[in-house]
Write a protein that binds this ligand. Structure first.
Ligand code: PGA
Length: 256
């Protein structure tokens, strides 16, 4: 039985004090023993307060929403992998579609960020996904493969074990229009085929591939029922304690 990975991407929401109060409450609402791995990714400014509120033995792990590939230097406004590790981060979301579309991120830069994360012991959660125009013109598989190639090519097989991939169709993010389980499964298969062809079938099988885009307490069960879908990357629904706790307990009870 695999353990589902549920990642809450808070985006630019919650001050440091709001974030601390939130996770304090969330921790109380989680079932005592459950086969789900939970990660919260607050804004950089709330990492320290969330870490303190969770305490050293919390089952909830800390993630960041981005990083810059250099360790330190004259890069005003940027945050590096060693800085995130020092704050207790275990995961980092990279290549999110908002970073790609609003901040001009491209696959070659995302590739450097993945390498920096791996060098410093952070597990990258690489986001890939097609636009609505790409889907409607039958270019979904090509778009996914191109993003995967551009950001992962050249990584050693051992490095692949630390990488999580999140399939996030751009048209499903924040729209209330989630992909159907069938659409998500088909995309996850495409991703696994790419991994099998580039590295090995064993790496493709072991890879953790999440679905993201309008995941809710209502649709999480159907999504996780497929053995192609290893967990979820959640935006809007992770900002309320009720919905995040419900998603976590459904995922824990399924034990994908
Ligand atoms: P959403 O966001 O759940 O609000 O659609 C998902 C994401 O952007 O990771």
């Amino acid at each position: 039985m695999r353990t589902a990975l549920i990642v809450g991407n808070w985006k630019m929401n919650k001050t440091a004090s709001e974030a601390a109060a939130f996770v304090h409450e969330l921790a109380k609402r989680l079932p005592a023993s459950s086969s789900v791995e939970l990660v919260v990714a607050p804004p950089f400014t709330a990492l320290e307060s969330v870490r303190a509120a969770l305490g050293p033995s919390s089952p909830i792990q800390l993630g960041a929403q981005n990083l810059f590939w250099e360790d330190h230097g004259a890069y005003t406004g940027e945050v590096s992998a060693p800085m995130l590790r020092d704050l207790g981060c275990r995961y980092v979301i990279l290549g999110h579609s908002e970073r790609r579309t609003l901040f001009g991120e491209q696959d070659d830069g995302i590739h450097k960020k993945i390498r920096a994360a791996l060098t410093h012991g952070l597990r990258p959660i690489l986001c890939v996904g097609e636009s609505l125009a790409q889907r409607e013109s039958g270019k979904t598989d090509g778009a996914l493969t191109q993003q995967l190639k551009g950001s992962l090519a050249g990584l050693a097989p051992q490095a692949m074990a630390a990488i999580v991939i999140a399939y996030e169709p751009v048209w499903a993010i924040g729209t209330g229009r989630a992909a159907t389980t069938e659409q998500a499964v088909a995309a996850h298969r495409t991703i696994r085929e790419f991994l099998a062809g580039t590295w090995s079938p064993a790496i493709a099988k072991a890879a953790r591939i999440l679905y993201g885009g309008s995941v809710t307490p209502q649709n999480i069960e159907s999504l996780l029922q497929s053995d192609q879908i290893d967990g979820a990357l959640i935006g809007g629904a992770c900002l309320q304690i009720d919905s995040f706790a419900t998603i976590a307990s459904v995922a824990g009870s399924l034990g994908v």
